[in-house]
Write a protein that binds this ligand. Structure first.
Ligand code: 5GP
Ligand code: ZN
Length: 112
């Protein structure tokens, strides 16, 4: 979608540090890491947020989680947290569905 930061990253118009890509999924390092490992896993299809997942587009969400499991193995992440902020009040700042994968430190619960 034009004007979407993550669509521009998928297209290669904005550089990113890619860690994984397939036909449905792109994964890259967060520009402002909140843990020793902080990866963003995104569907190539533009979906605004978790609130816009439907029967018609949910297959790419499953593909994201397959990629996360693969990355956990490939990068030897050990324990990790997967987070998707849904809506501005929950901390979403980029309105293209994405899963934060955070690893390499102890995680507090509940999050702030
Ligand atoms: P959100 O706040 O929507 O849950 O997550 C958006 C994430 O995208 C943030 O963690 C932010 O650091 C990251 N981000 C924003 N702009 C860029 C960018 O240009 N490149 C990369 N690699 N990450 C970005
Ligand atoms: Zn997008």
């Amino acid at each position: 979608m034009s004007g979407c930061l993550f669509c521009s990253i998928i297209a290669g118009d904005i550089p990113s540090e890619k860690v994984y890509e397939d036909d449905a999924v792109y994964a890259f390092r967060d520009i402002s890491p909140q843990a020793p490992v902080h990866i963003l896993v995104i569907p190539k299809e533009h979906i605004e947020s978790a609130a816009r997942v439907t029967k018609d587009n949910s297959a790419c969400v499953a593909r994201c989680f397959e990629a996360i499991a693969l990355l956990g193995e490939k990068l030897g992440l050990g324990d990790y947290r997967v987070v998707s902020n849904c809506g501005a009040r929950a901390g979403q700042s980029v309105f293209h569905l994405h899963f934060h994968v955070l690893a390499g430190r102890d995680m507090a619960w509940p999050p702030g």
